[in-house]
Design a protein around this ligand. Structure first.
Ligand code: TRP
Ligand code: SF4
Length: 397
């Protein structure tokens, strides 16, 4: 397990579909084995856009967690929790709001975009502040790696700027330099020497690798948390680093298209839910439009003009793909035939998931227990961070 922490959240949209599965969840399942991982339901975030709607919040939260567990999110390895069960998120959000320039929030692209595109009144304080709430979610756990889609990159960028500003304002101590030097002596001779060299290399040549290596040296028992923060800051020369800057981790998986070729989304009515029956899946795929040139079986087509081909790229092996290209271009197979292997693959992949879902649905107490324990675990981390933040801000009376 590496030292780095992964954190990601999802709004409680309810039942997961194949877009969530390929775009997000499969990636989380892999990451949990490599990193200390935090996955949470961003339930407060739902109100930033849906404050006036009936959203079946409780049901959506529970069903979503069931789907996460069913695809292999393991609550024994990863910390699975719910935002509102860790009220410290609200406290950190409030404290960070004090130093967040309004213009930083106004220039987040999703702000104007969604105000223009979502057909509701989003002239609210909560909606403007929503990326900052996300920053609080992330900084609370000092997470380094945030797996997100490209629509969220601007929010991670904002988080980095907020962290930098916080550290700059509250990480400065009058005797910082003296304290940092004293902390170095606690590292042990060899480590101290390596740290000093790496620091020099970073400061003189902007060597980011050296920055990473020097930071890694700080993971040792001889140093108190405050000393670690000092030494992390001393590499760059600024002050203590109380809230480290996160990085986004772009998901590399192929995007699965919706049934109509647009992005898969429940609101477009073009999705396949993880809970659809074999029969529903078969009907949905069979109804998918294909290359319009293929009216009769004898009309040749072009896979590049067909959404079904995109599904083959996700689900089929090379020989099947060759069979598709040859069969389509030379009018040897019909579209229904072409879709068969995809239907089979989706069902193969989803059948065990559906079994898990059925099992979890009969155990509501177990789900509540998992949520409770995960949220307690998250809360323990959150309480520590809040204490440090308050200490830095002088709210320790
Ligand atoms: N804003 C994210 C979304 O709409 C959800 C989210 C909330 C999140 N807090 C987060 C994602 C923290 C990553 C990290 O999809
Ligand atoms: Fe699409 Fe396959 Fe039909 Fe070609 S044969 S148009 S790839 S469904």
């Amino acid at each position: 397990m590496q030292n780095e922490k992964v954190l990601s959240g999802m709004r409680p949209t309810g039942l997961m579909h194949l877009g969530h599965y390929h775009g997000v969840l499969k990636n989380w399942v892999e990451l949990q084995n490599e990193y200390d991982s935090y996955f949470f339901v961003a339930d407060w975030h739902a109100f930033t856009t849906h404050y006036a709607d009936k959203i079946e919040l409780e049901q959506n939260v529970i069903e979503m967690v069931i789907d996460w567990l069913a695809v292999g999110i393991n609550s024994n390895i990863a910390t699975v929790f719910i935002q509102s069960k860790v009220p410290e998120h609200a406290e950190l959000h409030l404290l960070l709001s004090m130093l967040t320039p309004l213009s930083w929030l106004e220039r987040v692209p999703s702000y104007k975009d969604q105000q223009n595109n979502l057909n509701k009144d989003l002239d609210t304080y909560g909606f403007l502040g929503y990326p900052l709430l996300q920053s609080a979610d992330i900084l609370m756990y000092k997470a380094n790696l945030i797996p997100v889609g490209d629509d969220q990159i601007a929010h991670i960028e904002l988080t980095r700027e907020i962290a930098r500003r916080f550290n700059y304002i509250y990480g400065r101590e009058d005797d910082f330099e003296t304290k940092a030097k004293l902390a170095i002596t606690k590292m042990g001779k060899k480590q101290a020497k390596a740290y000093e060299e790496l620091r020099k290399s970073y400061q003189e040549n902007g060597d980011y690798e050296a920055l990473g290596k020097a930071s890694a040296l700080l993971q040792q028992e001889n140093l108190t948390l405050s000393d670690k923060e000092r030494l992390a800051g001393y590499i760059e020369g600024s002050g203590k680093i109380i809230l480290p800057e996160p990085k986004s981790l772009l998901t590399k998986s192929a995007k699965i298209p919706g049934l109509d070729g647009r992005k898969m989304s429940k609101s477009y009515n073009n999705s396949i839910s993880l809970r659809d029956s074999d029969k529903e899946i078969t009907t949905k795929i069979n109804r998918m439009p294909t290359d319009p040139a293929r009216i009769k079986l004898s009309d040749p087509g072009d896979p590049e003009k067909c959404t079904v081909w995109k599904l083959h790229q996700i689900y089929s092996d090379n020989s099947t793909k060759e069979w598709v290209v040859d069969g389509c271009k030379n009018a040897k197979i019909g579209c229904i035939e072409c879709k068969k292997p995809i239907i089979e693959q989706i069902n193969n992949e989803l059948n065990p998931v559906k079994e898990n879902i059925e099992k979890y649905k009969t155990e509501p107490e177990l789900i509540k227990q998992i949520i409770f324990e995960g949220s307690e675990k998250a809360r323990n981390v959150a309480i520590e961070t809040i204490a440090e933040v308050k200490e830095a801000m002088g709210i320790n009376y």
